[in-house]
Design a protein. Structure first.
Length: 134
């Protein structure tokens, strides 16, 4: 994920920069609650461009794309998050559901195996494993 190459030290953020970021994060939360996904996606993409280290928002963006049934975009963003945090179960679960939705069985199996390494006793994962046996 080369987006992290953009990270460099500019010194401590000013009070105005901190206030602006806080305002942006509140606005994003409002857009998501109100399900105004167009505004959410536009603002969150700009946020990630300015603050590429905010990996949690990659997950949020991916979940909105999944909600909109734009699975290819959801997968692309979730895979970026996966590069940074390969064992994040919530992100892996979102990826698994997205791969199931598009019918990519090989990616379903690989992602399912990774999920099972994290939560081997999860019955839902066990059922999916049986369903997608080779």
């Amino acid at each position: 994920d080369i987006s992290l190459c953009k990270i460099y030290y500019k010194g401590l953020p000013t009070n105005d920069e901190r206030a602006s970021l806080e305002q942006t994060l509140k606005l994003l939360s409002t857009y998501k609650i109100e399900r105004d996904y167009e505004k959410f996606l536009d603002l969150s993409q700009r946020l990630i461009a300015d603050y590429p280290h905010l990996t949690d928002y990659l997950f949020e963006i991916s979940s909105v794309y999944k909600e909109l049934k734009q699975y290819d975009k959801a997968i692309a963003v979730a895979e970026r998050a996966r590069l940074r945090y390969p064992k994040n179960y919530n992100n892996l679960s979102l990826l698994l559901e997205s791969y199931i939705s598009i019918g990519n069985l090989e990616k379903v199996r690989v992602t399912l195996d990774t999920c099972l390494q994290i939560k081997p006793e999860d019955m839902r994962l066990q059922e999916l494993k049986e369903q997608f046996r080779r």
